[in-house]
Design a protein around this ligand. Structure first.
Ligand code: NAP
Length: 335
């Protein structure tokens, strides 16, 4: 389906991800983009950089919402998503909300109710749009692995390397009140498992601060999930590994599959052949293509007035899983 592009879109939060979405919307032909961001509160004294060509800054959300927008992209720190989304919902405007949907469960029911007739509301899970993720979905649908028994997902990367030009200790990732911590920062892995295997019945997890990074949030997570269909998942997340480490391993009765997201390589071990084989490899994979495809899907849903698969409900379910991991109780060994 082609995308309509004569939309007027407001971007709330013009940091790292907000800038990316602005560029991608412009690439997709959207010309009328407005923005709000406390760092650019006064657009006359602090002009948007040239890369924001054509973006008109508004002084506040309240002021911006006096205008009619076709959609709002919420790209501010995680702890601000819910309040902005609820304000936007009052104007019945479609929205794209960056992951995680929020940092607590507060307001979820209210947003669900207010958002019933707003289409689309999308949660920003760009990995869904990775061509190799889609290949994995297709392989599972074809039952290439037969019955799946279990799955393991891992993400680890040293937080100070995420954005070397900024001070990580001042980022939202470092602050509890802003919804930081590796569990919510990396809710992507939980979403990928949810997307592949569906709802989760039980979780057990441990979150900890293992390092001396200057952050007040957790830097290490181990979690075990039991899906409603019986599959058992294991998720590891950390802010600590010096090498970017991101993998997904699926174990099934007819073999196993390993996706190395760092090298964009997909390996399959068919039980019948007893040999690993690389079934897909993308040289120099450009991650922006996933964000571009995600924005394109949003614009298509906007045109068709429908919700995407990673809609509000996905955002809610995945957030509930993440927060349950944090809340889960560990038993102390008796002396
Ligand atoms: N899908 C992905 O792969 C992905 C990647 C990165 C980030 N994200 C998500 O996107 C969100 C933002 O992350 P980021 O890395 O872009 O953070 P960032 O670089 O810190 O940018 C956030 C921007 O939002 C501004 N802001 C703060 N409160 C606001 C409000 N109430 N209204 C509007 N703007 C506000 C901040 O201004 P001040 O600095 O002045 O406070 C800052 O300029 C987070 O929820 C994060 O989890 C998703």
């Amino acid at each position: 389906m082609s995308t309509k592009t004569d939309y007027k879109i407001l971007v709330a939060g013009v940091g790292s991800i907000g800038r990316r979405h602005i560029k991608n919307l412009q690439t997709l032909g959207v010309k009328q983009i407005g923005a709000i961001d406390p760092s650019f509160r006064n657009p006359t004294s602090k002009n948007p950089s040239p890369s924001f060509g054509g973006v008109g800054f508004r002084p506040s959300l309240k002021q911006a919402l006096k205008e009619k927008w076709d959609a709002v992209f919420i790209c501010s720190p995680s702890s601000t998503h819910m309040k902005i989304a609820l304000d936007v919902a009052k104007t019945k405007t479609p929205m794209f909300i960056e992951k995680p949907l929020s940092h607590t469960l507060a307001g979820l029911g209210q947003l669900q109710k207010a958002g019933q007739n707003i289409k689309p509301i999308m949660t920003g899970y760009n990995i869904d749009f990775h061509p190799q993720f889609q290949k994995i979905k297709a392989l599972l649908a074809k039952k290439t692995l037969g019955k799946v028994w279990g799955v393991r997902a891992e993400f680890g990367q040293y937080l100070p390397d995420w954005r070397p030009k900024t001070d990580y200790s001042k980022s939202y990732s470092a602050k509890k009140a802003l919804g930081g911590g590796i569990l919510l920062d990396d809710i992507h892995e939980i979403n990928s498992l949810y997307n592949l295997f569906g709802p989760v019945k039980k979780v057990f997890g441990l979150t900890a601060k293992q390092s001396n990074l200057k952050i007040e949030t957790e830097d290490y997570v181990e979690a075990i999930l039991q899906f409603e269909n019986g599959i058992i998942g294991q998720v590891h997340m950390d802010y600590l590994q010096r090498d970017y480490s991101r993998h997904l391993k699926i174990i099934g009765e007819k073999g196993a599959l390993v996706w190395d997201l760092g090298s964009a390589k997909l390996d399959l071990f068919p039980a019948a052949e007893k040999k690993w084989q690389t079934i897909d490899k993308i040289e120099n994979f450009d991650w922006n293509t996933t964000y571009l495809a995600e924005a394109k899907e949003f614009l298509q849903c906007l045109k068709a007035k429908k919700n995407p698969s990673s809609g509000l409900q996905r955002g809610i379910e995945t957030l509930k899983i993440a927060l349950a991991i944090k809340k889960s109780v560990c038993l102390k060994i008796d002396n």
